[in-house]
Ligand binder design. Structure first.
Ligand code: NDP
Length: 248
């Protein structure tokens, strides 16, 4: 990817893009950014009032009116995702992009202290939910000449690190999910990639590193060049890659 790619105005015009975890952190800024570049954004997330606030901000800025889908990836079943896909088909008639961004950190723990319910929650939100969502939405994405799916990885999804247990394992699984779908959908026009955001000023990062000064960190806005690149037609042909949003 071209470092610090600049998307042309209107780069995402006429596109319908679903963003998970759109109410806060990186997902919120991604949703606002996609709308600013012309996309109709479907805001999926757990806390409805956060989604409403993002909706209001997009409308106030004069961008295309978004849609809100309150959904807890922890409890959602295959049927929830299938129904959502049917609603998107009925309301918009198309889907051009999906940003799998929602994520659950859990609590950093010595390996011997990982408890099963926490492990299962993290796998559900970070892996099983995105898998079911992808299954439901790929038929819609495939209808387009080209479409983009982006997963959100992490440094600990490429190299394991002490105490990051289930979160790190879930990010390794995310990389695997991306590679498998990318390979399987090669030549369908659906491209599938991962973004590793790197250390970013959000509440998740603050929870993982409580002693760190957030002012020393990049903000979600600093990462948007890559989120725009992989969602725009300028990345047609790029698939199966895991890219870093912050230069090393
Ligand atoms: P935040 O915790 O700030 O935001 C996470 C978002 O995911 C929130 O909007 C949250 O919704 C949503 N979410 C969490 N659980 C669920 C659920 N069960 N159902 C639906 N939505 C849910 O995290 P970040 O913005 O920092 O992280 C975004 C992504 O980037 C994650 O995948 C994370 O793992 C990854 N990442 C972040 C890094 C960083 O330094 N910040 C570094 C590497 C990777 P709600 O607010 O309603 O709970």
């Amino acid at each position: 990817a071209p470092q610090n790619y600049t998307a042309p105005a209107g780069a995402l015009e006429n596109k319908v893009i679903l963003v998970t975890g759109a109410g806060d952190g990186i997902g919120k800024v991604a949703a606002l950014t996609y709308a600013k570049f012309g996309a109709t954004v479907i805001l999926l997330g757990k806390t409805t009032n956060k989604l409403t606030a993002v909706y209001d901000e997009i409308v106030a800025a004069g961008h295309p009116e978004p849609a809100i889908v309150p959904l807890d990836l922890k409890g959602a079943t295959k049927k929830h995702y299938q129904d959502m896909a049917a609603t998107i088909q009925a309301e918009f008639g198309r889907l051009d992009g999906v940003l799998h961004n929602a994520g659950l950190l859990g609590v950093l723990t010595p390996f011997e202290h990982i408890d099963l319910p926490t492990w299962q929650d993290i796998m559900q939100v970070n892996v099983t939910g995105p898998m079911l969502l992808s299954q439901a939405l790929l038929p819609l994405l495939k209808q387009n000449k080209n479409a983009a799916m982006i997963f959100t990885s992490s440094g600990v999804g490429r190299k394991g690190r002490a105490f990051w247990g289930p979160y790190a394992v879930s990010k390794f699984a995310t990389e695997g999910l991306m590679e498998i779908i990318a390979d399987e959908y090669d030549n369908t026009g659906v491209r599938v990639n991962c973004i590793n955001p790197g250390a970013t000023r959000t509440s998740m990062r603050a929870k993982a590193y409580p002693g760190e000064d957030p002012q020393t960190l990049k903000t979600p806005a600093d990462l948007m060049w890559l989120y725009l690149y992989l969602m725009s037609d300028d990345s047609i042909g790029i698939t199966g890659q895991s890219l870093d949003a912050q230069a090393k």
